[in-house]
Design a binder for this molecule. Structure first.
Ligand code: AR6
Length: 178
C-alpha cells in the first residue's frame, strides 16, 4: 500500500479485487456501453452485487465514452457503484481526454452525492488495451487536477490494482505527480 496526503485528501494505491473493498463507500466499474455484466472488473462487480444491479443498469444504458452513472451497490459491501466507460485504445479518440473524463466525472458524482471514499480500478487497461503506464499518468494527474480545481467531496481516493506490476507502476507515478 502506498498513500499520500494532499490538501486534506488521502490518495492511495492498493493491490486487490475491486469487488472486495468494504471500507469504501463507492467503487467504480470499468463498464461497457450497455452496462452489462462483462469480464474483468465488470464481471467481478456484477457477480458480487447480484442480479438487481444489472436490472438497475438496464434503465441507465447506453452510456458514452467518458460518461459516468451511479447505482446502488446491492450485495456489494459498498453503498454505490459508479459505472464509467473508458476509451478502447486505438479506437475512441481523443483517448487521453476520454480517460481523464472517466475519473473527473466519477469524482463529480461523488461530490454531488457527498460520497466520502471511492475506489477506482485501472480503467481501460484490460480488455480495452490502454497501456498501463500511460493510463496511470492520466488517472493520477486527473485526480490531482480535479482536487486542485474544485472543492471535491471525497476525502479518500483509492486506486485498486489487480497485479503487483500494475501496483508498482501506479506507485511510481503517484510519487512523481504528487
Ligand atoms: N479488481 C480489480 N482490478 C481488476 C479486476 C478486479 N476484480 N479484474 C480485472 N482487473 P477490464 P477495461 C484489472 O478489462 O479495460 C469488460 O468486459 C485488469 O487487470 O475489467 O476498461 C467490460 O464489460 C485491468 O488492469 O476493463 C468492458 O467491455 C483493469 O482492471 C471492458 O471489459 C481493467 O480491466 C472494459 O475494459
Amino acid at each position: 500500500m502506498a498513500s499520500i496526503e494532499y490538501k486534506s485528501k488521502k490518495i492511495e494505491t492498493r493491490r486487490g479485487d475491486i469487488s472486495h473493498q468494504p471500507d469504501l463507500e463507492a467503487i467504480v466499474n470499468a463498464a461497457n456501453a450497455m452496462l452489462l455484466p462483462g469480464s474483468g472488473v465488470a464481471g467481478a462487480i456484477h457477480s458480487a452485487a447480484g442480479n438487481q444491479l444489472a436490472e438497475e443498469c438496464r434503465h441507465l444504458a447506453p452510456i458514452s465514452p467518458g460518461q459516468a452513472v451511479i447505482t446502488s451497490g446491492y450485495n456489494l459491501p459498498n453503498r454505490y457503484v459508479i459505472h464509467t466507460l473508458g476509451p478502447v485504445f486505438g479506437r475512441d479518440k481523443p483517448e487521453a481526454e476520454i480517460l481523464a473524463n472517466c475519473y473527473k466525472n466519477s469524482l463529480t458524482l461523488c461530490t454531488q452525492k457527498k460520497i466520502r471514499s471511492i475506489g477506482f480500478p485501472a480503467i481501460s487497461t484490460g480488455v480495452f488495451g490502454y497501456p498501463v503506464e500511460e493510463a496511470a499518468q492520466i488517472a493520477i494527474r486527473t485526480i490531482k487536477e480535479t482536487i486542485d480545481s474544485n472543492p471535491i467531496y471525497p476525502e479518500h481516493i483509492v486506486i485498486v490494482l489487480f497485479t503487483a506490476k500494475d501496483k508498482e507502476i501506479h506507485d511510481l507515478v503517484l510519487k512523481k505527480i504528487f
